[in-house]
Write a protein that binds this ligand. Structure first.
Ligand code: PMP
Length: 399
């Protein structure tokens, strides 16, 4: 019998990140030492008190059977307290919080809950490519909102075609922003929520880098007056607590959206291991000092790296306001970011993410993750220096 995958499988976009990992593995098998600044995978360990909490929880037999479908109330209460403490936002732990097995799963579930076939979803370009997966699976269409450096990488809502707005049912925003490192303030969120309300568009704010804004504490979308009327915020444990492998995230916001998420998840999952939930609650209730230190570490790495690029390569890179990424223009001699990153992998054994993965507006950029110690960041720059590329012309063409 011939196995014929469904149409959804056929139309799902390529998983670009996994293609890069494959290439890296092949080179490593041949003995190359690769410096991988391509993936947004935190290099530092999960704080010990969180790991300790999981160890203790593993010994608790009450977690060994099925748990509550929608998660333990103690974790939802810890989430509500975290939002109150960090952002001054009140959240009802019973009705306004839903748990996910990772932010990526959350993006998928939210799109299934909010989109019908033929609806339009508005996504940023450049933007996190995984928004596309859920949109494709919901058989919805995608409309890109261009982000320009002149506007601080914030979308200009007024530029969206009214015909598109009529069909638009969902908008994704993401600040601090992957890949550009741009940030947004409360005034922007007020505008976004009011716009979404006016046009009946659900708004999901992806707050995966919510801990990392350098000059101030980041604003939460939920601080906007109409936020809970129109949408929800997705928060991930991956970056704030170095828990990317744990696969944990949550959404907070509009009660009806949370209800839909709960209903959907009741049909697909049976909560997640109670031990993970206990440790996640420990993460949220612990001292914010660890996160503050982590933020400073990323900021120091960004300063170190961009200064070194300028000094050693003449590569001028604007320092981001948040996240742990730098968004850097590629030298003129390369046709595309794919070509440039393939070249770097082959000739310098360093990995960067081609900007095109984030949309057409990333064509002349690469994203470089500051997920390595300063020694490796220096080595990364020195390996590129040996290639003798010219970065100098960038300053005249684009600045
Ligand atoms: N949103 C953005 C913008 C991200 O960069 C990521 C992870 N790289 C996620 C969501 C998902 O994170 P996770 O699945 O690890 O929670």
């Amino acid at each position: 019998m011939e196995i014929i995958p469904s149409d959804v499988i056929k139309t799902l976009p390529k998983q670009e990140f996994s293609l890069v990992f494959q290439k890296v593995k092949e080179l490593e098998k041949k003995g190359a030492r690769i410096i991988n600044l391509g993936q947004g995978n935190p290099d530092l360990p999960t704080p010990p008190h969180i790991v300790q909490s999981l160890r203790e929880a593993a010994l608790n037999p009450s977690y060994h059977g099925y748990g509550p479908f929608r998660g333990y109330p103690f974790l939802k209460e810890a989430i509500a307290e975290f939002y109150e403490r960090e952002y001054g936002v009140s959240v009802n732990p019973e009705t306004e919080v839903a748990l996910f097995g990772g932010g990526k799963a959350g993006l998928y579930v939210l799109t299934q809950c909010l989109l019908n076939p033929g609806d339009i979803a508005l996504v940023p370009n450049p933007g996190y490519p995984e928004y596309l997966s859920g949109i494709t699976m919901a058989r919805a269409e995608l409309h890109e909102m261009p982000l320009h450096p002149e506007n601080g990488y914030l979308p200009d809502f007024e530029q969206i075609d009214p015909a598109v707005l009529k069909k638009a049912k969902l908008m994704f925003l993401n600040y601090p922003n992957n890949p550009t490192g741009a940030t947004a303030d409360q005034a922007f969120y007020e505008k976004a929520a009011a716009f979404a309300k006016k046009h009946d568009i659900h708004l999901i704010h992806d707050f995966a880098y919510g801990a990392f804004e350098f000059d101030q504490n980041p604003a939460s979308f939920l601080q906007a007056k109409e936020a809970k009327t129109v949408g929800a915020e997705l928060y991930s444990f991956s970056k704030t607590f170095n828990m990317a492998g744990w696969r944990m995230a949550f959404a907070v916001g509009n009660e009806k959206i949370i209800q839909a998420v709960n209903k959907f998840q009741d049909h697909v999952f049976v909560g997640m291991f109670g031990g993970l939930q206990q440790a996640a609650a420990a993460a949220l209730s612990g001292s914010p000092e660890h996160t503050e230190r982590l933020k400073r570490t990323y900021q120091e790495r960004i300063d170190f790296f961009t200064d070194l690029c300028e000094m050693e390569l003449g590569w001028s890179i604007e320092k981001p306001k948040g996240t742990f990424y730098v968004w850097a223009e590629i030298p003129n001699e390369f046709e595309s970011s794919h070509q440039f990153s393939d070249y770097l992998l082959e000739h310098a054994h360093v990995v960067v993410t081609p900007g095109e993965i984030f949309g057409s507006r990333g064509k002349r950029y690469v994203r470089i993750s500051m997920v390595a110690k300063q020694g490796d960041l220096r080595e990364f720059v020195l390996r590129i220096q040996k290639l003798g590329l010219s970065f100098a012309s960038l300053q005249e063409t684009s600045r």
